[in-house]
Design a protein around this ligand. Structure first.
Ligand code: C2E
Ligand code: CA
Ligand code: CA
Length: 721
């Protein structure tokens, strides 16, 4: 699903943390490099100063020795140069005083210095005329220099050497002779520096792969150079090791962090997916839930021509019954089957969801309304014959409302659009069988009014907005006298005026509130009758409607009997009208109810006979007192001859069973005549009077001409509600 992808952490989202991590690594390394370089600089300074120290020590020692020679030569020049013994004794004395110094005097005749002697320390001895007469030299000058250089080797590990201008080692450790005389990069660097008369500093590795630092500076005497090779100080190499260690640790920890981060992102993405699955999937059917449907539909409608789409809303009829009777498991299976059906046959670009309970909604790309209707009935067929769980005994009926999208729906939210389809569904829901209906504005107004009324009912009951109206019942075999009336409810709504029961009774039947209304109406009727009787009115019969579910309540008989008693209504005046549908289930139960009602002084009537499932068989089984023939029998447009045959036979049969008959909905005098001739006892219809308020009813009863009424064809009669 698109939104699943949207919700995941993307690669680009990871870029910033990864970049930050890289920045951190770079900074750490930059710092390490800075520290290393700083350390290197300090090392250079340190080695330079060490080299300088060596150079100064060496130079001053050599200068000291030379000074002794020079001063000696000077004293000899001014003395008796022929006195060899004297010279020898002075030299011996000085040699003794300066340990390790072996000064030798050579006179003119043996000017030559022996080959095995280094004549680094050599001074001419002159006579008074400044003519060279001999020379003083230090026989062991090479050794002296070696001794000095030996003391300058750091911890015996470094190299110290004195080089001449050709790069030849004049004095130094054995190692120095070996190292410096080899032809290699280091040597060429050294020679190059000597050539250019420069100091030089560089790092190198010893044969033992140890780091060393080479510093060469001029000695400042004889054009010589002092070459220092320092071993890497321990501290420095520790420092470097530490820097490398820290670098590795930084790399490792960054690597660990990045892999941990990557793993976390993966986990988050996985969790995100799981959460989205929860948030966008219906857990029972696995289909989309409404939230997911909404999002997808919004996306789709952005890109497509919306008028090619229809939104449908589906409801399983009597689903509550399936759950209650067959159990929730079976109910779940039905829902899953239906979801599968929509998935397999939902039409091109199947997009649907389970909204809640047994309600599904979907988007359908349609060709024509007829094609959609065909699609629905194909679904119904598949659902009932292929998709339903096995052994399904209860007939499963579907009800679908459809809204074909129009341009104006552009401005609406998905909720509002789906609402339209739902309204179409609600409109057809209460009709029998599988139902399919399209949305239009009229339906909307009706359904909206219904829901508006539904929401006001509780308040109306509390505020006693329901009033009794009465329609006279006329005895036609007995001079058209009013013998009673049927109590009919009217809702005096403070905002909407008088509302007829057809608009709210079915709503109240749906949620059971009709029982409250029936009981309220019954009490009102008893109250009125009590007052009427108390005021001297002649006893009349009052018929009160009992809803289908009202009579199934356990306390039904008790309640009605108690109210009858409360208002002290004599037996034989109150008549309860039952609609025939409930009787189909159990006539034994109905008869026992009738028996106990009769024992409490009630009359029992069967209402609407002929409207639905009427069967003549019913009559012989039911112990009712009155049979009300349904209004449908008396519609003028019907095939009167055949109807009349049926009606007169029903009346006859009822008479034989001692059941009184009353014809309802009679509108024409001609029908009155026919019914009278057929032996029908009473008529309740517009032909005599419409339902009227209780005051009007009372007035009608107490008219001068008595309680007799004259039938008038509908449209001409005077009494109206
Ligand atoms: P119903 O019990 O069959 O009541 C008779 C209905 O037929 C009344 O409609 C009455 O006005 C109408 N009617 C009577 N004569 C004629 C006629 O000549 N022509 C035509 N066209 N109609 C005629 P109403 O008062 O609108 O009541 C409709 C239904 O509402 C009733 O049908 C009954 O089923 C229900 N109802 C009314 N009051 C109550 C009540 O207090 N409790 C319950 N449960 N249902 C009630
Ligand atoms: Ca009735
Ligand atoms: Ca009726």
């Amino acid at each position: 699903m698109q939104m699943m992808e949207d919700a995941k952490i993307k690669k680009r989202d990871m870029l910033i943390p990864v970049l930050l991590c890289l920045l951190f690594i770079t900074n750490c390394f930059a710092f390490l490099i800075y520290m290393t370089q700083k350390n290197e600089r300090e090392k250079v300074t340190y080695f330079y100063s060490a080299a300088q120290q060596n150079q100064l020590t060496l130079k001053s020692r050599m200068e000291d020795d030379l000074r002794i020679l020079k001063e000696l030569a000077k004293s000899f020049s001014t003395g008796n140069l022929q006195d060899k013994d004297y010279i020898r004794s002075v030299i011996n004395k000085i040699n003794k005083e300066n340990q390790g110094l072996e000064i030798v005097y050579s006179d003119k005749t043996d000017q030559k210095v022996p080959d095995d002697v280094d004549t680094y320390y050599k001074v001419d001895v002159t006579d008074e005329e400044d003519k060279s007469v001999g020379m003083l030299y230090v026989k062991n000058s090479g050794e002296i220099l070696r001794n000095i250089t030996d003391t300058m080797i750091l911890a015996g590990e470094g190299i110290f050497a004195i080089l001449d201008r050709q790069g030849k080692v004049i004095a130094g450790s054995n190692k120095a002779f070996y190292e410096v005389s080899r032809e290699n990069r280091e040597r060429s660097l050294v020679l190059d520096a000597i050539k250019k008369n420069k100091k030089i500093f560089f790092n190198m590795k010893s044969r033992g792969r140890k780091r060393q630092t080479v510093v060469m500076i001029p000695l400042g005497l004889n054009d010589w150079y002092v070459l220092n090779v320092f071993p890497e100080p321990n501290l420095h190499s520790r420092y470097m090791e530490m820097a490398v260690g820290i670098g590795i640790m930084i790399l490792l920890s960054s690597g660990l962090f990045l892999s941990f981060f990557h793993r976390q992102v993966k986990i988050i993405n996985r969790n995100q997916e799981a959460l989205l699955e929860l948030a966008y999937r219906d857990s029972l059917t696995g289909s989309r839930n409404f939230l997911s449907f909404k999002r997808e539909m919004e996306r789709l409608l952005q890109t497509e021509e919306i008028t090619t789409y229809a939104v449908w809303y589906c409801d399983i009829k009597k689903f509550k019954f399936i759950n209650d009777i067959l159990g929730y498991e079976e109910g779940d299976r039905v829902l899953k089957s239906l979801s599968r059906l929509f998935r397999d046959y939902g039409g091109s670009n199947t997009l649907f969801c389970r909204i809640a309970g047994d309600n599904f909604a979907g988007l359908y790309k349609y060709q024509s309304r007829e094609e959609m209707e065909e699609w629905f009935y194909k679904l119904v067929d598949l659902f009932q014959n292929r998709y339903l769980p096995l052994n399904q005994k209860i007939p499963m009926e579907l009800c679908i409302g459809v809204h074909c999208l129009e341009e104006e729906d552009w401005n609406l939210s998905v909720d509002q659009i789906v609402d339209k389809a739902n309204i179409a569904q609600m409109d057809v829901k209460n009709r029998p069988g599988n139902q399919f209906g399209f949305y239009n504005k009229e339906i909307r107004n009706r359904v909206l009014l219904e829901s508006e009324l539904e929401s006001e009912i509780d308040c109306a009951l509390r505020n006693r907005e329901f009033k009794i109206f009465l329609q006279p019942k006329i005895s036609i075999q007995d001079g058209n006298r009013i013998v009673g009336g049927e109590v009919l409810v009217r809702w005096e709504n403070p905002r909407k005026g008088t509302i007829p029961p057809g608009q709210f009774v079915p709503l109240m039947e749906r949620d059971g509130k009709i029982i409250l209304l029936d009981r309220y109406m019954f009490e009102m009727a008893c109250q009125w009758l009590q007052n009427y009787l108390k005021s001297g009115g002649k006893p009349i019969n009052l018929a009160i409607n009992v809803s289908k579910i009202g009579m199934l309540r356990e306390d039904f008989v008790d309640f009605y009997a108690k109210i009858k008693e409360k208002y002290q209504i004599p037996d034989g005046l109150l008549e309860l009208e039952f609609t025939e549908t409930v009787l189909l289930n159990d006539d034994v139960m109905f008869n026992s109810l009738v028996t106990s009602l009769k024992s409490k002084g009630f009359i029992c009537a069967l209402d609407d006979f002929g409207s639905g499932y009427s069967s003549l068989n019913l009559l012989k089984n039911l112990k009712i007192d009155v049979l009300k023939l349904d209004i449908m029998f008396f519609r003028k447009s019907r095939d009167i001859t055949r109807d009349r045959i049926v009606i007169s036979n029903v009346i006859n049969m009822a008479k034989e069973l001692q059941i009184k008959t009353i014809a309802e909905g009679v509108e024409y005098v001609e029908t009155v005549d026919f019914l009278k001739a057929s032996g029908c006892d009473m008529i309740q219809g517009y032909v005599f009077a419409r339902p009227m308020s209780a005051e009007m009813f009372e007035k009608t009863l107490s008219r001068k001409d008595g309680d007799q009424l004259t039938p008038v064809d509908i449209g001409e009669e005077g009494v109206e509600i």
